[in-house]
Design a binder for this molecule. Structure first.
Ligand SMILES: [Zn+2]
Length: 479
């Protein structure tokens, strides 16, 4: 081989890299950008999502996974997708352990007898018939529990009093959910009789406990576990502060009861050029049972359905498919998301981009993305369309795809995170107060505008966003 002068070699190499780059950049055609702007503006004044979330919370109500309402929720979703005119509506089976809540009761027995307001946590064991009475041992944090002397915990009711504070991005839920998920498991391993926590919630003065799942995976090793409302936690902590032995009687009739077969419900607006390629959006159909699952996550299902409907109603089908997924049983461990990712991992490269809405109904204020470098330009184009409705773009952080779709992202799907204003979310999250009145129709509509615009642009893009098996394994996205 003839040796080129070094400078010439470098220059020709740079030229080759430059032209290869230009050829592989993903872009959104100008016409599609214009249509996305129109979709965005139409969505801002569209009431469809509010009608959908009103429908599911009113006609189905609470949708605890595996309960009779789970099946009614599925029937509702199938009928709603069809009524909205989606081209294809189908279900995919999801099976998971059935956990039931039948009744719960608690009282302080000594030193100051009185009732307590609490709610059992998902996958909690029940107490023996007639209840369980034991002494309380209090900790201020999960770390304090972890480093405790097990002999001080054995046979006791462990109580962790860690208070969540209100944040726009809701990040304190990381701590709150860690106590709720990890605390019961750690306490059980140390031989505790039961576990209580101050609710993972930010409503300091509402006597509504926040439920949620624990880290138990089956009846083996599970102990009774429940959350006290914030005022009840205040009361219990004051009583513990007297320095006298405190005992509580717990009577929880809850527990595992075999296996349940549910399903993800999927509606598609079929792409006209590449029907096998698509954009995945969604929410989860199940909810916790004390409220009606309006902000968690009727809103997410409604946002995604309404965005799909807006795209469906255009004169022409998009180039690629818009796939709206109403996931089964997110609440007790992403069962729907895991089943979906398991089933579709092999087709991951067919997914342009995806993300799920599961953080209430507050406005989207920030977008982050995990895409290949050559698709950053297309993400910039999406950001430009979303900026006028208050969405900032942080190119330095990864996108995780939301709760259930984080599982597809884990398989290599390019993903966005569309961060909503969660300032009030954890006041109501997983409580009896998660009801329709907490949703502002205008803020909900802004979410639909974001989902419709980005989905359409991703469906029309010239090029892909980098989805491939294992593509984003180390992007650091947290879910
Ligand atoms: Zn949720």
């Amino acid at each position: 081989m003839r040796r080129l002068p070094l400078t010439l070699l470098a220059a020709s190499l740079m030229l080759a890299i430059g032209s290869a780059n230009a050829a592989t950049q993903t872009t959104v055609p100008a016409a599609a950008v214009k249509t996305a702007e129109q979709l965005r503006d139409k969505a801002m004044n569209d009431n469809t999502a509010y009608e959908i979330v009103s429908s599911v919370t009113t006609e189905v109500g609470p949708r605890l996974a595996g309960s009779p309402a789970d099946a009614r929720g599925r029937e509702w979703a199938i009928a709603k997708f069809k009524a909205l005119g989606f081209d294809k509506v189908y279900t995919e089976e999801v099976s998971y352990p059935l956990w039931e809540r039948r009744s719960e009761h608690a009282e302080i027995v000594a030193p100051f007898p009185q009732p307590l307001d609490l709610i059992a946590l998902g996958y909690s064991a029940g107490t023996p018939k007639g209840g369980l009475t034991a002494e309380v041992v209090k900790f201020d944090s999960l770390d304090a529990l972890k480093s405790a002397d097990p002999t001080k915990v054995k046979g006791k009711i462990v109580y962790v009093d860690a208070r969540m504070t209100r944040q726009k991005d809701g990040h304190d839920y990381g701590m709150g959910s860690a106590v709720r998920v990890g605390g019961p498991v750690i306490a059980a391993k140390m031989g505790a009789a039961a576990f209580l926590l101050r609710s993972a919630g930010t409503d300091a003065n509402s006597r509504t406990p926040h439920t949620g799942v624990t880290g138990f995976t089956g009846p083996d090793g599970a102990i009774p576990a429940a959350a006290l409302s914030n005022p009840d936690a205040d009361q219990l902590s004051r009583i513990v502060g007297y320095g006298k032995p405190v005992s509580i009687k717990l009577d929880l009739d809850v527990g595992f009861n075999g296996t349940y077969k549910g399903a993800n419900v999927i509606g598609e607006v079929t792409g006209k050029t590449h029907p096998d390629q698509g954009v995945a959006i969604g929410g989860h159909l199940d909810s916790w049972d004390p409220g009606t699952g309006a902000i968690d996550d009727g809103a997410g299902v409604a946002i995604a359905m309404a965005a799909g409907k807006l795209i469906h109603d255009m004169p022409q089908r998009p180039d690629r498919t818009i796939r709206v997924i109403a996931f089964a049983n997110e609440e007790m461990g992403l069962w729907g998301g895991k089943a979906y990712a398991e089933k579709h991992a092999k087709e991951v490269s067919k997914f342009q981009l995806g993300t799920e809405s599961d953080f209430g109904a507050g406005k989207v204020w920030l977008m982050t993305a995990s895409v290949k470098p050559e698709a950053r330009g297309a993400i910039d184009q999406i950001a430009k369309v979303l900026a006028p409705i208050g969405v900032a773009y942080d190119a330095s952080k990864p996108g995780g795809g939301g709760s259930d779709l984080s599982q597809m992202h884990g398989k290599g799907m390019a993903a966005l995170t569309l961060v909503q204003d969660g300032t009030n979310y954890f006041d109501y999250h997983h409580t009896a107060n998660d009801t329709l009145d907490k949703i502002d129709p205008k803020e909900l509509a802004q979410n639909v505008a974001v989902y419709a615009a980005f989905s359409y642009m991703a469906a029309q893009a010239d090029g892909d966003f980098g989805s491939a098996p294992g593509a984003f394994a180390n992007d650091g996205a947290e879910e």
